[in-house]
Design a protein around this ligand. Structure first.
Ligand SMILES: [Zn+2]
Ligand SMILES: [Zn+2]
Length: 155
């Protein structure tokens, strides 16, 4: 297991961060929005406490709202997706955990890592590991405004 604090950052090095506490949970999200935001088969977000992260080079971040309540933060120079926030969750945020230096483990408990939105995965996504898989959201993730609306729709 990793020893804290951990350091991470974008590819060009303009934005760096320190993670002072273990992540609460990690979700690998297979929705189309995450594919379009990251250019990858799925987006990996660690839920962390906002007061447990120190960011340097914050002026080099640019925000894009992928839904009305959900700003996602990218490095202006290299385009790396680093952080995301849900407006209604003032104490929590997402860190793109794969940007930790050296591939460090973000410290979440083993049963707090899952695949979410498996129903929306790419046709050629062959994810078949032993992690928990959810058709849509997991109870451990930050639910965005868009997802809240979708959950209400289903009731
Ligand atoms: Zn960068
Ligand atoms: Zn997603």
């Amino acid at each position: 297991m990793s020893r804290f604090p951990l350091e991470g950052g974008c590819h060009c090095g303009a934005v760096r961060y320190v993670l002072h506490k273990p992540a609460l949970s990690v979700q690998h999200c297979h929705c189309e929005r995450c594919r379009k935001m990251t250019g990858c088969m799925f987006g990996t977000g660690a839920v962390v406490q906002r007061d447990g992260v120190t960011i340097t080079g914050e002026g080099n971040l640019t925000a894009y709202r992928s839904s009305a309540t959900f700003p996602e933060m990218f490095c202006k120079t290299c385009g790396c997706h680093l952080f995301a926030y849900e407006d209604s969750e003032p104490t929590l945020m997402y860190v793109s955990a794969a940007t930790l230096d050296g591939g460090a483990h973000p410290g979440h408990p083993p049963d707090k890592e899952s695949h979410v939105y498996m129903r929306s995965k790419a046709q050629w996504d062959r994810t078949a590991d032993d992690l928990i898989k959810y058709s849509t959201t997991s109870p451990d993730e930050i639910i965005t405004g868009l997802q809240k609306a979708e959950l209400l729709d289903r009731q």
